[in-house]
Design a protein around this ligand. Structure first.
Ligand code: AQP
Length: 332
């Protein structure tokens, strides 16, 4: 019998994967992938809450699948799938929407941030997206949801919805918990370190992308915004730029924050930025090469996502049938 706990996590194909996506999510997914029963998805349904170019969305979805695998996720061992391939998700989302308060959704900070950024398209999906995320987590009965710090609020909402549903209809949902990495939970933009590094940032210089060439990665780190001091010291409030670089170096090298500070004590910002850039270049080099190789093998990628959909659907169907029965829908 499989007594491993279940994990669910996903990333939107709303842009090229960044250093933030890697350190805040994928790196931890790989570390957890042997000890848990993992469901890792490409959340294309979430991505369309913001207008996407259809051809680009298709391309990025496939690229993201190749990148997951290149980063070390194994489709044989884990369930790696594309969110829109699982129709039960939309079905469960509707049921959960009827168990979620308008006031609860209004408090979500990501909705406030994204509606400010997309003022010409504040659609209902942007508002109700946390319920889609809750349905994703609950459909697979996930115990743990590895997320960056910014997604914690959505996992809290998922717990509230699940507890409410269970209280009304009996214990059907596993109550999930968020899992937030100690280092790398929030990687900030290199050009405006008070903001999160985001795939769809209007200023691409603030981001480092997984598929970027080494020269370009180095250029971005060398131009990273710092401060007028000269000491490599971790103080996010007063020194957000340098603190962000310290977090990046620590997450990539496996050092603690204090060890990184000690390592660069007495060295200038220039040397430090070069060291951070080089560490990231070496981290991404094999991932980029393997992604390119996988993208040349479309038949393999297709078989990987079909296998993922089949595995995910099996679990999703089981949960949905239970839920439909609980709320009084007549089975067909
Ligand atoms: N900068 C980041 N630091 C730490 N973690 C991050 N994550 C994303 N950016 C960072 C984590 O990656 C997971 C997937 O996120 P997502 O892509 O589905 O959604 P997002 O958080 O909205 O990511 P972006 O890059 O900011 O996308 P856009 O620009 O499209 O909104 C999550 O666990 C997230 O915390």
């Amino acid at each position: 019998m499989n007594d491993k706990k279940t994990i669910l996590s996903g990333i939107q194909p709303s842009g090229e994967l960044t250093l933030g996506s890697y350190l805040g999510a994928i790196k931890n997914w790989v570390e957890l992938s042997s000890d848990y029963d993992c469901f890792y998805c490409i959340v294309d349904m979430h991505a369309v809450t913001v207008r996407q170019d259809p051809a680009l969305l298709r391309k990025r979805t496939l690229e993201q699948l190749a990148q997951y695998i290149a980063c070390g996720l194994d489709p044989e061992k884990n369930t790696i799938f594309i969110q829109s391939h699982i129709p039960e998700l939309a079905q469960l989302t509707w049921v959960l929407m009827c168990h979620t308060g308008f006031g609860e959704l209004s408090r979500m900070t990501q909705f406030k941030d994204k509606s400010a950024k997309n003022s010409d398209n504040i659609n209902a999906g942007l508002f109700t997206y946390p319920v889609l995320m809750a349905a994703d987590i609950l459909l697979y009965q996930a115990h743990l949801v590895p997320v960056g710090g910014d997604q914690k609020q959505h996992v809290e909402l998922t717990r509230d919805i699940a507890l409410r549903f269970n209280a009304l209809h009996g214990e059907v949902f596993t109550i999930p918990e968020s899992f937030i990495p100690k280092i790398g939970a929030r990687i900030m933009s290199l050009t405006s370190p008070e903001n999160k590094m985001s795939k769809s940032d209007a200023d691409p210089d603030g981001c480092v992308f997984l598929m970027q060439k080494p020269e370009e990665i180095m250029r971005r780190f060398k131009r990273a915004v710092t401060d007028s001091e000269t000491n490599v010291r971790f103080d996010p409030a007063k020194k957000p730029g340098i603190s962000n670089l310290i977090s990046v170096y620590s997450a990539v090298s496996g050092n603690s924050i204090t060890e990184t500070e000690a390592l660069f004590s007495g060295k200038g910002y220039g040397d430090f930025k070069t060291a951070v850039g080089e560490a990231v270049v070496e981290l991404f080099r094999p991932i980029r090469e393997e992604t390119d190789r996988l993208l040349g093998d479309k038949a393999y990628l297709e078989s990987a996502y079909k296998k993922g959909a089949e595995k995910a659907s099996g679990v999703a169907g089981k949960t949905l049938r239970k839920i439909y029965k609980k709320i009084g829908f007549i089975p067909l």
